[in-house]
Design a protein around this ligand. Structure first.
Ligand code: PLP
Length: 407
């Protein structure tokens, strides 16, 4: 039923989104997630190379994961119809939590319906008005929202700017707790947080460090243990939040892992955990299998980082401007590669043309990225073949020249 006050407000917002060119149209995939996908387009159904999924290790439709989901379904049922503390905890949930904490070498882990919820339920549980939270300007929306829910004083430092971070730490000197929060891999830029430098500052100023490693779990570090492992500082990170929805099989679910006492407190107080249903058994069962595949996935990671090197080299040689990669000893190239275009209309036109050339890519513009920094964000998968990447390079060459982006 239409409401006289609500409807005009909704219509005005929709009109504004359309007018500013930010309206998102969802394309329908007619099959499973993969390195190629079948996409419905006005001209018919086309099989295209997929360069925009978080399917970093190619596990989203892996037979062992699908089988584990089936077994979870058969043995434990479809849904829990309960939150965890009432009657929603199966042995399966605790097995996954223990497996995650063993994987990361932490005391315990707690599952959420998503990493968005893990981040949403973290800060208000741990911090109050006596505390300070210090956050990288490019942190994920879920961290920003989670921080908004807590009463701590908020500080924001320019992306990866260690001198601004140190200033904030000094400004927060009188706080009971200083908590530095950063993405491990920044989702729109693909660069890694300098956890070596961040933990050094944290040590100096007695601050705790939380890393959202959603884009790094399974992707970076020995055994896929993420960015703390890349920088050799796992013992200096207080909490990791991450997702089951990317490298770990790509379904849904998230978690926080760290010292057992902190996890215990989250289990008692974290609102998205207390007031939302337990993860469905098929997902928990499949995530356990995903974790096993990820831990043994050195070959997949080597393939993925090899693809990133190849694609970066080729696109740079063609004359494209790419987002900067972190240049530190032993840091592999990120599978997230932003092709910087600046102009939002150009980025959208280029993505549309690339689709016609058989590449599924997405253009990102303001407010998802800062004004004037529109881009096409490419995301690689270990499931891509060399031939597919070469095909992608050829398509970029054709469309880039046609639109005057390169010569
Ligand atoms: C850095 C980061 N954190 C959290 C999330 C949210 O993860 P989930 O899909 O599990 O809610 C994402 C997903 O895009 C992300 O990129």
């Amino acid at each position: 039923m239409a409401c006289r006050s609500l409807q005009p407000a909704v219509e005005a917002q929709l009109a504004e989104i359309r007018a500013s060119g930010l309206y998102k149209v969802e394309r329908q995939l007619l099959g499973p997630q993969g390195s190629t996908i079948r996409v419905a387009q006005p001209s018919g159904v086309h099989e295209v190379i997929n360069l925009c999924a978080n399917n970093y290790l190619g596990l989203a439709a892996h037979p062992a994961i699908v089988q584990a989901a089936r077994e979870g379904l058969d043995r434990y049922g479809y849904g829990m119809a309960s939150v965890r503390f009432i009657c929603g905890t199966q042995d399966l949930h605790r097995r996954l939590e223990r497996a995650l904490s063993e994987f990361f070498g932490t005391g315990d882990a707690i599952l959420y319906s998503s990493c968005f919820d893990a981040n949403g339920g973290l800060f208000e549980t741990l911090l109050d008005e006596r505390d300070a939270v210090i956050s990288d300007a490019l942190n994920h929306a879920s961290l920003i929202d989670g921080i908004r829910l807590c009463k701590a004083t908020r500080f924001r430092y320019a992306h990866s700017d260690m001198s601004e971070l140190e200033t904030a730490l000094k400004d927060a000197a009188s706080a009971r707790v200083r908590l530095i929060v950063t993405d491990g891999v920044f989702s729109m830029d693909g660069d890694l947080a300098r956890l070596d430098l961040i933990t050094r500052l944290a040590d100096r100023h007695d601050a705790a460090v939380v890393v959202d490693d959603s884009h790094a779990t399974g992707v970076f570090g020995q055994g896929g243990r993420g960015t703390p492992d890349v920088f050799g500082v796992a013992d200096k990170i207080n909490l990791i939040t991450s997702t089951l929805g990317k490298a770990l099989g790509g379904a849904s679910g998230g978690f926080t892992t760290g010292r057992a006492d902190v996890i215990e407190l989250l289990r008692q107080r974290s609102r998205p955990y207390l007031f939302s249903n337990a993860l469905p058994p098929p997902i928990v069962s499949a995530a356990l299998q995903g974790l096993t595949l990820v831990a043994a996935g050195e070959d997949l990671r080597a393939t993925l980082h090899g693809h990133a090197t190849h694609l970066r080299t080729q696109l740079t040689a063609l004359g494209f401007t790419l987002g900067p990669a972190v240049k530190a000893e032993g840091v592999p190239l990120s599978p997230i590669i932003p092709v910087m275009l600046g102009d939002a209309v150009l980025a959208t036109r280029m993505a549309d043309r690339l689709l016609q050339e058989g590449l599924y890519v997405i253009a990102f513009s303001y407010p998802v990225v800062p004004k004037g920094l529109a881009r096409i964000r490419l995301q690689l998968s270990a499931a891509h073949t060399h031939a597919q990447i070469d095909q992608a390079v050829a398509a970029f060459a054709t469309v880039g020249r046609e639109l005057g982006v390169i010569r």
